[in-house]
Design a protein around this ligand. Structure first.
Ligand code: ADP
Ligand code: MG
Length: 140
């Protein structure tokens, strides 16, 4: 498989709880390259663009509020199969369903009624990756 790239966000709960190093370590141990990385202050406009596919859903306002509750870390990582590979490292969307050994399975709990706080985002396709990279890294 040829190298591809993906957009990863360490969400506000991940930054607040001190999991930036842990996530970077898992990327490095897997052998993915870090192409770009930055800390980004809360930005509702970019978050609404990032999550545009979910606009209109009942959980959308809660997710925007959660995602703008503190700084995030945005990363472009590359490697063979990195899009699917990082989503496997992250685990299922709901931490209640995420297997032990995954980031969400190891470090996040079942949602308690509000938005699902699950530490990380990873692009779900090559098209999504390019769209999301252009939001957070317009300079790339
Ligand atoms: P993923 O991040 O695994 O790609 P989605 O794209 O479906 O998941 O959803 C984006 C984010 O919105 C999730 O990571 C989670 O933080 C939140 N979310 C998704 N579904 C729900 C839901 N039913 N209730 C609350 N929050 C949700
Ligand atoms: Mg998604």
């Amino acid at each position: 498989m040829t190298s591809s790239r993906t957009l990863i966000l360490i969400k506000p709960d991940g930054v607040r709880r001190g999991f930036v190093g842990e996530v970077l370590s898992r990327l490095e141990r897997k052998g993915y390259a870090l192409d770009a990385l930055k800390v980004i202050p809360p930005n509702v406009e970019k978050l609404e663009e990032h999550y545009a596919e979910h606009a209109g859903k009942s959980f959308f306002p809660g997710v925007i509020s959660y995602m703008s509750s503190g700084p995030i870390v945005a990363i472009v990582a590359s490697g063979s199969g990195v899009i699917e590979g990082f989503r496997a490292l992250a685990g299922a969307t709901n931490p209640a369903d995420a297997a032990p050994g995954t980031i969400r399975g190891d470090f996040a709990q079942a949602p308690s009624g509000g938005p699902i706080e699950n530490l990380v985002h990873g692009s779900d396709s090559a098209d999504s990756a390019e769209r999301e990279i252009s939001i957070w890294f317009p300079e790339l």
